[in-house]
Design a protein around this ligand. Sequence first.
Ligand code: AMP
Length: 465
Amino acid sequence: MKFTDLGLLPELLRAVEDAGYTEPTPIQVQAIPVVLAGQDVMGGAQTGTGKTAGFVLPMLQRLARHASSSPSPARHPVRALILTPTRELAMQVADSVVTYGKHLPLRSVCVYGGVDIKPQTAELREGREIVVATPGRLLDHVQQKSVNFNQVEIVILDEADRMLDMGFIPDIRRILAMLPKERQSLLFSATFSEEIKKLADTMLKSPQLIEVARRNTVSETITHRVHLVAADKKRYLLLHLLLQSPDMQVLVFVGTKFGTARLATWLERQGVNAVAIHGDKSQQQRTEALEAFKTGTARVMVATDVAARGLDIDDLPHVINYELPHVAEDYIHRIGRTGRAGKSGDATSLVAPEEAPRLTDIEKLIKLKVEKVEVSGYESLATTEPERRGRGHSHHERERHGPKASVQLPPPVAHVPSVAADGFDFLKPYEPAGADLPGATKAATLPPKQPLRPVAALLGGLGKK
Ligand code: AMP
């Protein structure tokens, strides 16, 4: 399937091409024709699936007939309303509107709280066809009468489940009540609780159900494991884990762009082929990194959450969270790449004591108490620090060897049965491929430069998708 097969306007196809997308994602393939046809949509999709373009592109097309270069505010009434739970998401979606709409004279604005309302008011008064907003601030504008919904044709609710978690549903209902009854409505949510279904019932008319992500939070074939470790020992533990399974490719998540680059460089210095992708990398660099990972030239890909979104990685057996995400849902997005189609997957998190609250949030979200496994020599409370032990060596050597203490990974983890409230068993027994792999003595040796597993197979084939 190509973008050109979806019935999009040349202006939109050009924008898609400019963005460097070659093929539509599954949610785009499903959603674009339905939205273009004017139907309501109930979309089950998480961030990272390309859902934003899935609704923004056809929305722009439906508004294109109103596009006008007239400066008169009267020619630019609000036609589309996109509601998001957070300012970050609002900004992200608004960016997409600008990106995909750059060849159409439609105007958009992003309104969210926590900043001066006046510039937003001024923009709204100039006339904007597309308003991307967080609910609270939008209601402030309603109260100020800086926005009018009489001409709204399309309303889109993004991440409805997060709206619910954040207590925005009453605000949403108030906003919906102000919109014209004759309109198109789209609701996107990663999960469908009873409340979300109720909201959908009131908001949508004969919606088309489109689902590309799993409804349940995590795959049952993923083994979750936490290693409690001091922050300054994480990289050594990561290296140790990599050495344990020398033929395993791993996607490693790091919280910051800087941390990503630094970790990849450090791994390279230890002899582990690693590539980094983060927001500051050009599209070209990202493509090259991904290609190196897919062909197996790079064994490790270190990524930030944002950079990893939309990556063409289908199925990967092992994800390591070098740092836990601040937003619990991102844990699900991260590990969503493993354990697909019933295959076994492994999600390992290196958790420093200061990350404990994040772990609690994640466990609550995935309804699972993740087993904590301390690795000898890397415990979070261990008093000996790798750097100190290396005194007398050059800085480089110290980094290279890491802790000299005997390092033993525990045997394969015996799982506590973890059955969710709905009877869903998240954990299945798992036999790590490297159960009899090197222990302490090999921990400080460099990984052999041997051919990796055929990753094209692991990743769903090269150049596909
Ligand atoms: P979303 O799920 O909407 O947050 O999108 C996740 C990421 O995927 C964004 O960074 C988009 O730029 C990117 N993306 C969206 N559609 C495509 C596509 N067809 N091909 C490649 N990347 C895409």
